[in-house]
Ligand binder design. Structure first.
Ligand SMILES: [Zn+2]
Length: 389
């Protein structure tokens, strides 16, 4: 690494140096992700995302303190620092468990998965709200109406429907006639299909993540979701007529539908083995509670993160519900996709070291999806997936 020849950063304490470094990385990452109409480094134009400028300012200050040359502007930061240098070559200091070695923020002109996760972490840094205003509104209204199952139902619906034709949209709006707010929620969740989303009058829906795909500038239709890009067996897209259709709002795609995909997948695999699975009980206090055919019950949160260091901060304490509660469960599991654990042997150790919630509740077990599904006894008829209240 080049900076071994350079004087190291001068800080009062290591913890504050790590903190300052994490703020810079989060700001730059969220700036890269937040730039709308992103079409590659060369076409970078004003105005820059505010986070990117803030990140640049702070990075420049740290460079000065470390006696290093700072990026000369946003163009240099994005085109050279983010696109060509791994983050461990920057004059920053990280916890070894953050596993930044060799990681770049941009790969092929697109934010890397590493970048996307640090961008989400930035929401803590700049203390923005985690949930969109709409998610919070629906949660609050469902609670107020005494119909918490409608929140789970809305979540399930939008996670499994990315694009709706005119008839399907009308049916979706009329699905809960005794609650007039439901139609409004649907109106606000689905917007008209923008011209740039259609290719020859149709919208592509990814066969992997089941979300709509924005065609690239060269007209190529390839899902930008990191997980889909890595798959060799990715099914081709499904095409939906764009005329009069509605598509799920981008914010809901990113913060509800994409994270919800592994949750639904797990629910369906458990149900296939005979479990009765309740999704999002008590306004999403847990992702799911499942009753197995032999009467055993589990409470589950599903988290699909590349970085265990960043995931550790996101783990909530599991709720404890008394024996009389309809959603009482015997054991809590934090489920991480199998491939995450396989590709990073330190994953579990790093999670345990950095998660206050896991330390506070040592009875919560971290397992892969495969292990959890395999431990559900496959006996008797197929179970079901229902929405929690
Ligand atoms: Zn996809």
């Amino acid at each position: 690494m080049s900076q071994t020849q350079q004087p190291g950063p001068v800080f009062s304490g290591r913890a504050s140096a790590v903190r300052a470094s994490e703020v810079v990385l989060s700001l730059v990452a969220s700036g890269l992700v937040g730039m709308r109409g992103w079409s590659g480094v060369r076409q970078l134009q004003h105005p820059y995302h505010r986070s990117l400028q803030l990140g640049l300012d702070r990075l420049a200050a740290l460079c000065v303190r470390a006696g290093r040359a700072a990026p000369v502007g946003v163009q240099d930061l994005v085109g050279v620092w983010c696109a060509e240098q791994p983050v461990d070559a920057w004059p920053l200091e990280f916890d070894p468990d953050a596993q930044v070695r060799g990681e770049r923020l941009l790969i092929g002109g697109e934010p890397s998965e590493f970048c996307l996760e640090w961008a989400v972490a930035a929401k803590d840094v700049v203390s923005e709200v985690h949930e969109s205003a709409l998610v919070k509104h629906i949660k609050d209204t469902a609670a107020l109406l005494g119909r918490p199952e409608l929140y789970a139902r809305w979540r399930l619906f939008i996670t499994s429907h990315a694009v709706l034709g005119p008839d399907a949209f009308l049916a979706a709006k009329n699905a809960v006639l005794d609650v007039p707010q439901w139609a409004t929620w649907m109106e606000e969740s689905y917007g008209p299909v923008p011209v740039e989303l259609a290719v020859s009058g149709r919208v592509a829906v990814c066969g992997g993540c089941e979300q709509w795909i924005a065609p690239r500038a060269d007209g190529l239709v390839r899902c930008r979701v990191w997980r889909c890009g890595q798959r060799h067996d990715l099914p081709g897209p499904v095409w939906v007529e764009a005329e009069g259709a509605r598509r799920l709002e981008p914010e809901l795609v990113r913060f509800v539908a994409l994270p919800g995909h592994p949750e639904l997948d797990l629910a369906q695999r458990l149900a296939a083995r005979g479990a009765r699975v309740v999704l999002y009980p008590k306004l999403d206090a847990l992702d799911l509670v499942a009753l197995w055919p032999n009467g055993y019950s589990v409470g589950v949160d599903v988290k699909d993160w590349h970085s265990p260091y960043l995931l550790a901060r996101r783990i909530k304490t599991f709720p404890r519900w008394g024996a009389g509660d309809p959603y009482a469960y015997r054991k809590g599991y934090l489920v991480v996709p199998h491939d995450r654990l396989r590709s990073n042997r330190s994953y579990l150790k790093i999670l345990e070291r950095h998660s206050a919630a896991l330390r506070a509740q040592p009875e919560i077990e971290v397992v892969s999806d495969r292990v959890l599904v395999a431990s559900c006894p496959d006996v008797g008829p197929v179970g079901e997936v229902v929405c929690g209240a």
